[in-house]
Design a protein around this ligand. Structure first.
Ligand code: PEP
Length: 260
C-alpha cells in the first residue's frame, strides 16, 4: 500500500505578539512561502488576531488556523469560540487538545473528542494533540498514555472522519523546554500512533493520516525529524514567531514523501 502525505508545518503562536507584529509576521511568511517548497504552511494566531492575520494570508498558499474552540455551536459559553466563528474568519485548521489546554485548563479526552467531531462537522481540519509527560515517559508509560489519548480523543469516529484529522505528537517534556525528542524517540511513537489509527480506521486510512511532531522543533533539528518515515511535519511554538526559523523548519520538511 502506498500513500502520499503532504508535509504540514503549523505555527502555534500561543498568547504572543500584538496586532501589528502578528500581521507583519504573517505577511513575511506569505511573501516567502515559496521557501517552504512542497510543505503546507499553517498559521495559528491568538484568537483576537485571527481576522487580521486572515487578511494578511488571504489568497495566498498559507492556511489559517485557530488555537482552540468550543464544541457547541452557540450559547452561554462566555469567552468561548464556536467552530463556525473560526470558519467565518477563514480558518481551515484548529489545534485541539494542546497539552497547555489539557494541563492548565483541564481539558479531557472526552472534551477533545467532542471538539474534534464539532470541528469536522463545521468543515475544519482538527490538529489533535497528544503526548506524555516526563514522569510518564520515565515510568515506561509513553505508549499506554499516548494510545489512551488517541483512542479517547478520536472515539466513535468513522474511518471517513478519521481520514481528515491531523495528529500532533507533542511530548509535554519537549514543549518550550529546548529538549527535543530524538528522531528515534519521535518515530517510535509516531509509528505506534499510525498502527493504532490502522486499528481504529484501517491500515489504508492510517497510511494517509498526517502525524506532526511538536516540541522544541528548530531549523537545526528539523531535518533529522523530517527524514523519519512517520513524521509528516511539525507543530511549532517558539520558533514559529520568527519567519526565518518557521520557514527554515518548513524547508526541512519540503520533500514529498512516499510511504509504503
Ligand atoms: C507547541 O506549543 O505546540 C510547541 C511545540 O512549542 P515549542 O515549539 O515552543 O516547543
Amino acid at each position: 500500500m502506498t500513500a502520499f502525505r503532504r508535509k504540514i508545518v503549523a505555527g502555534n503562536w500561543k498568547m504572543n505578539l500584538d496586532r501589528p507584529k502578528a500581521v507583519e509576521l504573517a505577511a513575511s511568511v506569505v511573501a516567502r512561502a515559496a521557501e517552504a517548497g512542497t510543505t503546507e504552511l499553517v498559521l495559528c494566531p491568538p484568537a483576537v488576531y485571527v481576522e487580521a492575520v486572515g487578511s494578511a494570508v488571504a489568497k495566498s498558499v498559507v492556511a489559517l488556523g485557530g488555537q482552540n474552540m468550543h464544541d457547541k455551536a452557540s450559547g452561554a459559553f462566555t469567552g468561548e469560540i464556536a467552530p463556525a466563528m473560526l470558519v467565518d474568519l477563514g480558518c481551515r485548521y484548529v489545534i485541539l487538545g494542546h497539552s497547555e489546554r489539557r494541563t492548565l485548563f483541564g481539558e479531557t479526552d472526552a472534551f477533545v473528542n467532542a471538539k474534534t467531531k464539532a470541528a469536522l462537522a463545521a468543515g475544519l481540519v482538527p490538529i489533535v494533540c497528544v503526548g506524555e509527560t516526563l514522569e510518564e515517559r520515565e515510568a515506561g508509560r509513553t505508549g499506554e498514555v499516548v494510545a489512551g489519548q488517541v483512542r479517547g480523543s478520536l472515539a466513535g469516529m468513522p474511518a471517513g472522519d478519521l481520514a481528515k484529522v491531523v495528529i500532533a505528537y507533542e511530548p509535554v517534556w519537549a514543549i518550550g523546554t529546548g529538549k527535543v525528542a530524538t528522531p528515534q524517540q519521535a518515530q517510535e511513537v509516531h509509528a505506534l500512533i499510525r498502527t493504532l489509527l490502522g486499528e481504529l480506521a484501517s491500515p489504508a486510512v492510517a497510511a494517509g493520516i498526517r502525524i506532526q511532531y511538536g516540541g522544541s522543533v528548530k531549523p537545526d533539528n528539523a531535518a533529522d525529524l523530517a527524514v523519519q518515515p512517520d513524521i509528516d511535519g511539525a507543530l511549532v511554538g517558539g520558533a514559529s514567531l520568527k519567519a526565518d526559523d518557521f520557514l527554515g523548519i518548513a524547508r526541512a520538511f519540503g520533500q514529498p514523501a512516499t510511504v509504503t
